[in-house]
Design a protein around this ligand. Structure first.
Ligand SMILES: [Cu+2]
Length: 144
């Protein structure tokens, strides 16, 4: 009996430890946050290579689409379905720029820096944002 108890305690500790060390992030897709509308709850997220980001469809009508030319070389096209929670595991270091397809001009943009790697910053600066996104993008890119 004693050994079973030990095994259970070990498993619990192991689960707790792996949870503590995972740097995974959750970002909410929102219609409103403070005085902003159509936003991701975090605009810039820094993670390690191999980490996963979960985007939660807290409000409906949003998605996540990697911007063409806004991801490191070798990263495949990625576009999630509307109204659905989605996750992505980042295995290639660099900067990832994404937006919500219907709100890409309304400031619903986000950036992920993976592995503290900014080697594709020049291509990120070349992304053509429009309207409100064009207004907010430079400050965000400067703070990557
Ligand atoms: Cu949206």
């Amino acid at each position: 009996m004693k050994s079973i108890k030990h095994i259970i305690i070990s498993i619990v500790l192991l689960l707790f430890a792996s949870n503590t060390f995972a740097e995974d992030e959750t970002i909410e897709m929102l219609n409103k946050l403070d005085n902003e509308s159509m936003v991701y709850s975090k605009k810039i997220v820094r993670i390690d290579v191999g980490d996963t980001i979960f985007w939660k469809a807290t409000n409906k009508g949003h998605n996540v689409e990697f911007i063409k030319g806004g991801v490191p070389e070798g990263v495949e096209k990625f576009k999630s379905k509307f109204n659905k929670d989605v996750e992505y595991n980042f295995t290639i270091p660099g900067i990832y720029a994404y937006w919500c397809t219907p709100h890409k001009s309304m400031g619903m943009i986000g950036f992920v820096v993976v592995g503290d790697n900014r080697s594709n910053l020049d291509s990120i600066k070349k992304i053509r944002f429009t309207a409100k996104s064009k207004k907010i993008a430079p400050d965000l890119i400067n703070s990557l």
